[in-house]
Design a protein around this ligand. Structure first.
Ligand code: ADP
Ligand code: MG
Length: 334
Protein backbone atom coordinates (compact mmCIF):
# COMPACT_ATOMS: atom_id res chain seq x y z
CA UNK A 1 0.00 0.00 0.00
CA UNK A 2 1.57 3.31 -1.03
CA UNK A 3 -0.99 5.69 0.44
CA UNK A 4 -3.56 5.25 3.15
CA UNK A 5 -6.03 7.99 4.04
CA UNK A 6 -7.61 7.11 7.34
CA UNK A 7 -10.81 8.83 8.53
CA UNK A 8 -9.56 12.29 7.74
CA UNK A 9 -11.67 15.33 8.56
CA UNK A 10 -10.80 18.98 8.05
CA UNK A 11 -12.69 21.88 9.54
CA UNK A 12 -12.15 25.50 8.50
CA UNK A 13 -13.42 27.11 11.68
CA UNK A 14 -17.04 26.04 11.74
CA UNK A 15 -17.13 25.14 8.04
CA UNK A 16 -16.47 21.55 7.03
CA UNK A 17 -13.87 20.94 4.32
CA UNK A 18 -13.57 17.16 4.60
CA UNK A 19 -15.61 14.68 6.55
CA UNK A 20 -14.32 11.25 7.58
CA UNK A 21 -12.53 10.48 4.31
CA UNK A 22 -10.86 7.08 3.91
CA UNK A 23 -9.32 5.35 0.91
CA UNK A 24 -6.15 3.55 -0.15
CA UNK A 25 -3.93 3.78 -3.20
CA UNK A 26 -1.65 1.01 -4.44
CA UNK A 27 1.73 1.76 -5.98
CA UNK A 28 1.41 2.42 -9.72
CA UNK A 29 -2.31 3.21 -9.62
CA UNK A 30 -3.78 6.28 -11.27
CA UNK A 31 -6.76 7.48 -9.26
CA UNK A 32 -9.30 10.10 -10.26
CA UNK A 33 -11.00 12.29 -7.68
CA UNK A 34 -14.20 13.74 -9.08
CA UNK A 35 -16.79 16.00 -7.51
CA UNK A 36 -18.55 19.30 -7.95
CA UNK A 37 -16.86 22.57 -7.01
CA UNK A 38 -16.52 22.89 -3.22
CA UNK A 39 -16.73 19.14 -2.56
CA UNK A 40 -13.30 19.06 -0.87
CA UNK A 41 -11.03 17.83 -3.66
CA UNK A 42 -8.29 20.46 -3.28
CA UNK A 43 -8.43 20.22 0.51
CA UNK A 44 -7.80 16.49 0.27
CA UNK A 45 -4.82 16.89 -2.07
CA UNK A 46 -3.25 19.56 0.16
CA UNK A 47 -3.53 17.28 3.18
CA UNK A 48 -1.98 14.34 1.31
CA UNK A 49 0.87 16.63 0.20
CA UNK A 50 1.48 17.68 3.82
CA UNK A 51 0.72 21.32 3.03
CA UNK A 52 -2.08 21.58 5.57
CA UNK A 53 -3.15 19.99 8.87
CA UNK A 54 -6.03 17.54 9.20
CA UNK A 55 -8.37 18.26 12.10
CA UNK A 56 -8.70 14.53 12.80
CA UNK A 57 -7.49 11.33 11.13
CA UNK A 58 -4.15 10.30 9.67
CA UNK A 59 -2.53 9.87 6.26
CA UNK A 60 0.21 7.28 5.74
CA UNK A 61 2.69 7.25 2.86
CA UNK A 62 4.75 4.04 2.61
CA UNK A 63 3.64 3.28 6.16
CA UNK A 64 4.91 6.59 7.57
CA UNK A 65 2.46 9.16 8.84
CA UNK A 66 2.50 12.35 6.79
CA UNK A 67 3.16 15.36 8.96
CA UNK A 68 0.99 18.39 8.43
CA UNK A 69 2.15 21.91 7.88
CA UNK A 70 2.43 22.73 11.60
CA UNK A 71 4.73 19.77 12.32
CA UNK A 72 7.45 20.53 9.81
CA UNK A 73 9.89 23.35 9.25
CA UNK A 74 9.39 23.09 5.51
CA UNK A 75 5.89 21.97 4.57
CA UNK A 76 5.51 19.07 2.19
CA UNK A 77 6.89 15.60 1.60
CA UNK A 78 9.95 14.96 -0.60
CA UNK A 79 8.50 12.07 -2.61
CA UNK A 80 5.11 13.70 -3.14
CA UNK A 81 4.59 16.48 -5.64
CA UNK A 82 1.42 18.54 -5.85
CA UNK A 83 0.54 20.69 -8.84
CA UNK A 84 -1.92 23.25 -7.49
CA UNK A 85 -4.46 25.24 -9.42
CA UNK A 86 -2.23 28.35 -9.33
CA UNK A 87 0.80 26.42 -10.76
CA UNK A 88 3.41 27.97 -8.39
CA UNK A 89 6.13 28.49 -11.01
CA UNK A 90 9.30 30.43 -10.15
CA UNK A 91 8.40 33.87 -11.55
CA UNK A 92 11.92 35.16 -12.21
CA UNK A 93 13.12 32.05 -13.97
CA UNK A 94 12.56 31.12 -17.59
CA UNK A 95 10.46 28.11 -18.50
CA UNK A 96 13.50 25.94 -19.26
CA UNK A 97 14.98 26.87 -15.87
CA UNK A 98 11.71 26.07 -14.10
CA UNK A 99 11.65 22.66 -15.75
CA UNK A 100 15.37 22.21 -15.07
CA UNK A 101 15.05 22.88 -11.34
CA UNK A 102 14.61 19.23 -10.40
CA UNK A 103 17.07 18.09 -13.08
CA UNK A 104 20.06 19.94 -11.55
CA UNK A 105 21.70 16.64 -10.60
CA UNK A 106 22.30 16.01 -14.32
CA UNK A 107 25.29 17.42 -16.22
CA UNK A 108 25.32 18.57 -19.81
CA UNK A 109 24.40 17.35 -22.37
CA UNK A 110 22.02 15.18 -20.32
CA UNK A 111 20.57 18.19 -18.48
CA UNK A 112 19.64 20.02 -21.68
CA UNK A 113 18.41 16.84 -23.30
CA UNK A 114 16.09 16.11 -20.36
CA UNK A 115 14.67 19.64 -20.46
CA UNK A 116 14.16 19.41 -24.23
CA UNK A 117 12.30 16.15 -23.77
CA UNK A 118 9.78 17.85 -21.47
CA UNK A 119 9.52 20.91 -23.71
CA UNK A 120 8.64 18.69 -26.65
CA UNK A 121 6.29 16.37 -24.77
CA UNK A 122 4.28 19.25 -23.40
CA UNK A 123 4.43 21.40 -26.55
CA UNK A 124 6.44 24.16 -24.89
CA UNK A 125 9.37 24.53 -27.32
CA UNK A 126 8.39 28.10 -28.21
CA UNK A 127 8.23 29.07 -24.53
CA UNK A 128 11.63 27.80 -23.40
CA UNK A 129 13.19 31.24 -22.96
CA UNK A 130 10.15 33.08 -21.68
CA UNK A 131 9.17 33.96 -18.12
CA UNK A 132 5.99 32.46 -16.60
CA UNK A 133 4.21 35.84 -16.75
CA UNK A 134 4.72 35.90 -20.53
CA UNK A 135 2.80 32.62 -20.95
CA UNK A 136 -0.87 31.87 -21.41
CA UNK A 137 -2.71 29.97 -18.67
CA UNK A 138 -2.53 26.79 -20.71
CA UNK A 139 1.22 27.16 -21.26
CA UNK A 140 1.78 27.78 -17.54
CA UNK A 141 -0.33 24.73 -16.75
CA UNK A 142 1.76 22.55 -19.06
CA UNK A 143 4.96 23.96 -17.56
CA UNK A 144 3.72 23.09 -14.06
CA UNK A 145 3.03 19.52 -15.20
CA UNK A 146 6.51 19.24 -16.72
CA UNK A 147 8.17 20.64 -13.57
CA UNK A 148 6.30 18.15 -11.38
CA UNK A 149 7.18 15.19 -13.61
CA UNK A 150 10.82 16.30 -13.77
CA UNK A 151 10.91 16.00 -9.97
CA UNK A 152 10.30 12.23 -10.42
CA UNK A 153 7.93 12.01 -7.46
CA UNK A 154 6.71 8.67 -6.19
CA UNK A 155 3.27 10.16 -5.82
CA UNK A 156 2.06 12.90 -8.14
CA UNK A 157 -1.01 14.92 -7.14
CA UNK A 158 -2.66 16.98 -9.87
CA UNK A 159 -5.36 19.53 -9.09
CA UNK A 160 -7.51 20.17 -12.19
CA UNK A 161 -4.49 19.73 -14.52
CA UNK A 162 -6.36 20.31 -17.79
CA UNK A 163 -8.59 23.22 -16.82
CA UNK A 164 -6.80 25.77 -19.02
CA UNK A 165 -6.33 23.58 -22.11
CA UNK A 166 -8.42 23.57 -25.27
CA UNK A 167 -9.77 20.29 -26.60
CA UNK A 168 -6.91 19.42 -28.94
CA UNK A 169 -4.23 20.22 -26.36
CA UNK A 170 -6.11 18.40 -23.63
CA UNK A 171 -6.15 15.27 -25.73
CA UNK A 172 -2.46 15.45 -26.56
CA UNK A 173 -1.34 16.47 -23.03
CA UNK A 174 -3.37 13.65 -21.46
CA UNK A 175 -1.55 11.21 -23.71
CA UNK A 176 1.87 12.69 -22.83
CA UNK A 177 1.03 12.62 -19.14
CA UNK A 178 -0.11 9.01 -19.31
CA UNK A 179 3.08 7.99 -21.13
CA UNK A 180 5.25 9.74 -18.52
CA UNK A 181 3.35 8.13 -15.64
CA UNK A 182 3.56 4.67 -17.20
CA UNK A 183 7.24 4.93 -18.18
CA UNK A 184 8.20 5.82 -14.61
CA UNK A 185 5.52 3.70 -12.90
CA UNK A 186 4.48 6.86 -11.04
CA UNK A 187 1.45 6.70 -8.81
CA UNK A 188 -0.91 9.59 -9.43
CA UNK A 189 -4.06 11.17 -8.08
CA UNK A 190 -5.82 13.42 -10.57
CA UNK A 191 -8.51 15.79 -9.31
CA UNK A 192 -11.13 17.06 -11.72
CA UNK A 193 -14.69 18.36 -11.71
CA UNK A 194 -15.09 16.96 -15.23
CA UNK A 195 -15.55 13.21 -15.02
CA UNK A 196 -14.73 12.83 -18.72
CA UNK A 197 -11.16 13.92 -17.91
CA UNK A 198 -10.88 11.01 -15.50
CA UNK A 199 -12.31 8.32 -17.76
CA UNK A 200 -9.40 7.69 -20.08
CA UNK A 201 -6.67 8.25 -17.50
CA UNK A 202 -7.65 6.53 -14.30
CA UNK A 203 -8.12 2.99 -13.00
CA UNK A 204 -10.45 3.95 -10.19
CA UNK A 205 -12.50 7.02 -9.43
CA UNK A 206 -13.21 8.45 -5.99
CA UNK A 207 -16.40 10.52 -6.01
CA UNK A 208 -16.72 13.35 -3.50
CA UNK A 209 -19.75 15.31 -2.39
CA UNK A 210 -19.85 17.91 0.37
CA UNK A 211 -16.53 16.82 1.86
CA UNK A 212 -17.35 13.13 1.86
CA UNK A 213 -16.29 10.21 -0.30
CA UNK A 214 -19.55 8.76 -1.56
CA UNK A 215 -18.24 6.13 -3.97
CA UNK A 216 -15.02 4.45 -5.09
CA UNK A 217 -15.34 2.40 -8.25
CA UNK A 218 -14.18 1.92 -11.84
CA UNK A 219 -15.29 4.48 -14.41
CA UNK A 220 -17.29 1.81 -16.23
CA UNK A 221 -19.22 0.73 -13.17
CA UNK A 222 -19.97 4.32 -12.27
CA UNK A 223 -21.27 5.06 -15.75
CA UNK A 224 -23.33 1.89 -16.06
CA UNK A 225 -24.74 2.04 -12.57
CA UNK A 226 -24.54 5.55 -11.11
CA UNK A 227 -26.82 4.62 -8.17
CA UNK A 228 -27.66 8.19 -7.22
CA UNK A 229 -28.65 11.40 -8.91
CA UNK A 230 -25.49 13.33 -8.02
CA UNK A 231 -23.26 10.66 -9.59
CA UNK A 232 -25.56 10.27 -12.61
CA UNK A 233 -25.35 14.01 -13.27
CA UNK A 234 -21.54 14.06 -13.25
CA UNK A 235 -21.86 12.67 -16.76
CA UNK A 236 -23.54 14.99 -19.24
CA UNK A 237 -26.50 13.91 -21.37
CA UNK A 238 -28.32 12.34 -18.47
CA UNK A 239 -32.08 12.16 -18.10
CA UNK A 240 -33.34 11.91 -14.53
CA UNK A 241 -37.01 10.98 -14.79
CA UNK A 242 -39.87 9.98 -12.48
CA UNK A 243 -40.90 6.34 -12.62
CA UNK A 244 -44.52 7.30 -13.21
CA UNK A 245 -43.52 8.31 -16.72
CA UNK A 246 -42.86 4.68 -17.59
CA UNK A 247 -46.09 3.11 -16.47
CA UNK A 248 -47.30 2.59 -20.04
CA UNK A 249 -44.02 1.05 -21.11
CA UNK A 250 -43.18 -1.39 -18.33
CA UNK A 251 -45.25 -3.66 -16.11
CA UNK A 252 -46.04 -2.78 -12.51
CA UNK A 253 -43.88 -5.73 -11.46
CA UNK A 254 -40.88 -4.36 -13.35
CA UNK A 255 -41.35 -0.90 -11.89
CA UNK A 256 -41.72 -2.34 -8.40
CA UNK A 257 -38.12 -3.60 -8.57
CA UNK A 258 -36.81 -0.02 -8.69
CA UNK A 259 -35.63 1.37 -5.35
CA UNK A 260 -36.86 4.96 -5.62
CA UNK A 261 -39.27 7.16 -7.51
CA UNK A 262 -36.61 8.36 -9.96
CA UNK A 263 -34.48 6.67 -12.60
CA UNK A 264 -31.69 7.64 -14.98
CA UNK A 265 -31.75 7.06 -18.73
CA UNK A 266 -28.62 7.83 -20.74
CA UNK A 267 -29.31 9.96 -23.80
CA UNK A 268 -27.78 7.36 -26.12
CA UNK A 269 -30.10 4.60 -24.88
CA UNK A 270 -33.40 5.81 -26.31
CA UNK A 271 -34.78 3.85 -29.24
CA UNK A 272 -36.29 6.18 -31.84
CA UNK A 273 -39.26 5.16 -33.98
CA UNK A 274 -41.09 7.11 -36.65
CA UNK A 275 -44.22 4.91 -36.39
CA UNK A 276 -46.78 5.38 -33.66
CA UNK A 277 -46.33 2.86 -30.83
CA UNK A 278 -48.80 1.73 -28.19
CA UNK A 279 -46.18 1.64 -25.46
CA UNK A 280 -43.80 4.52 -25.78
CA UNK A 281 -43.48 8.27 -25.49
CA UNK A 282 -44.34 10.83 -28.06
CA UNK A 283 -41.43 13.23 -28.20
CA UNK A 284 -42.10 16.76 -29.43
CA UNK A 285 -38.77 17.91 -30.78
CA UNK A 286 -37.67 21.39 -29.79
CA UNK A 287 -34.03 21.56 -30.78
CA UNK A 288 -31.40 19.55 -32.58
CA UNK A 289 -27.70 20.21 -32.14
CA UNK A 290 -25.11 18.93 -34.60
CA UNK A 291 -22.26 17.54 -32.49
CA UNK A 292 -19.96 16.19 -35.19
CA UNK A 293 -20.29 12.44 -35.01
CA UNK A 294 -23.74 12.57 -33.37
CA UNK A 295 -26.78 14.78 -32.92
CA UNK A 296 -28.25 15.80 -29.60
CA UNK A 297 -32.00 16.25 -29.76
CA UNK A 298 -33.90 18.06 -27.00
CA UNK A 299 -37.62 17.56 -26.76
CA UNK A 300 -40.63 17.41 -24.50
CA UNK A 301 -42.65 14.32 -23.77
CA UNK A 302 -46.17 14.95 -25.00
CA UNK A 303 -48.54 15.41 -22.07
CA UNK A 304 -45.70 15.85 -19.55
CA UNK A 305 -43.43 18.68 -18.49
CA UNK A 306 -40.21 16.68 -18.63
CA UNK A 307 -37.53 17.61 -21.14
CA UNK A 308 -35.53 14.82 -22.62
CA UNK A 309 -32.12 14.63 -24.25
CA UNK A 310 -31.63 12.06 -27.00
CA UNK A 311 -28.44 11.20 -28.83
CA UNK A 312 -28.79 9.91 -32.37
CA UNK A 313 -26.46 9.13 -35.25
CA UNK A 314 -28.84 10.58 -37.86
CA UNK A 315 -30.56 13.92 -37.98
CA UNK A 316 -34.29 13.73 -37.19
CA UNK A 317 -36.40 15.56 -39.76
CA UNK A 318 -39.79 14.90 -38.12
CA UNK A 319 -41.37 17.25 -35.56
CA UNK A 320 -42.58 14.23 -33.58
CA UNK A 321 -40.93 10.87 -32.94
CA UNK A 322 -41.76 7.91 -30.72
CA UNK A 323 -39.36 6.78 -28.04
CA UNK A 324 -38.96 3.50 -26.23
CA UNK A 325 -36.23 2.19 -23.99
CA UNK A 326 -35.16 -1.30 -22.89
CA UNK A 327 -35.77 -2.01 -19.23
CA UNK A 328 -32.09 -2.86 -18.76
CA UNK A 329 -31.31 0.75 -19.70
CA UNK A 330 -33.48 2.09 -16.91
CA UNK A 331 -30.75 2.80 -14.35
CA UNK A 332 -32.08 2.66 -10.79
CA UNK A 333 -31.35 5.56 -8.44
CA UNK A 334 -31.49 5.28 -4.66
P1 ADP B 1 -12.94 21.73 -4.35
O1 ADP B 1 -11.48 21.67 -4.61
O2 ADP B 1 -13.63 20.40 -4.48
O3 ADP B 1 -13.64 22.76 -5.18
P2 ADP B 1 -12.16 22.73 -1.74
O4 ADP B 1 -11.34 21.65 -1.15
O5 ADP B 1 -11.43 23.89 -2.31
O6 ADP B 1 -13.18 22.13 -2.82
O7 ADP B 1 -13.17 23.29 -0.65
C1 ADP B 1 -14.00 22.45 0.14
C2 ADP B 1 -14.79 23.32 1.11
O8 ADP B 1 -13.92 23.90 2.07
C3 ADP B 1 -15.51 24.48 0.44
O9 ADP B 1 -16.74 24.66 1.07
C4 ADP B 1 -14.58 25.65 0.68
O10 ADP B 1 -15.31 26.85 0.74
C5 ADP B 1 -13.97 25.31 2.02
N1 ADP B 1 -12.59 25.85 2.13
C6 ADP B 1 -11.54 25.46 1.37
N2 ADP B 1 -10.40 26.11 1.75
C7 ADP B 1 -10.77 26.94 2.74
C8 ADP B 1 -10.06 27.89 3.58
N3 ADP B 1 -8.75 28.10 3.43
N4 ADP B 1 -10.79 28.55 4.51
C9 ADP B 1 -12.10 28.34 4.67
N5 ADP B 1 -12.82 27.47 3.94
C10 ADP B 1 -12.18 26.76 2.99
MG1 MG C 1 -10.37 22.74 -6.05
Amino acid sequence: MLLQVNQVSKWYGKAIGLQDVSFEVERGEIIGIVGESGSGKSTLLRLIAGLDDATTGEIYFEGQQIEGRSQRLIAGHKAIKLVQQDFQLMPRHKINENIGYYLRHLTNPDYEKAIDNYLIRFELEACANKLPAELSGGQQQRTALAVALAASPELLLLDEPFSHLDMRLKHSIKQSLLEELQENATTAIIVTHDIYDALALTNRIVIMQEGQVIRIDTAQNIYQNPENEYVARLFGNTNILPITLFKNIFTAQQLATLPSSKVCVRAENWLIHTQHLQSGFVLEIEQEHFMGFYYEVIGKIKGHKEKISVITQKSITERLVYLTVEFENILPLR
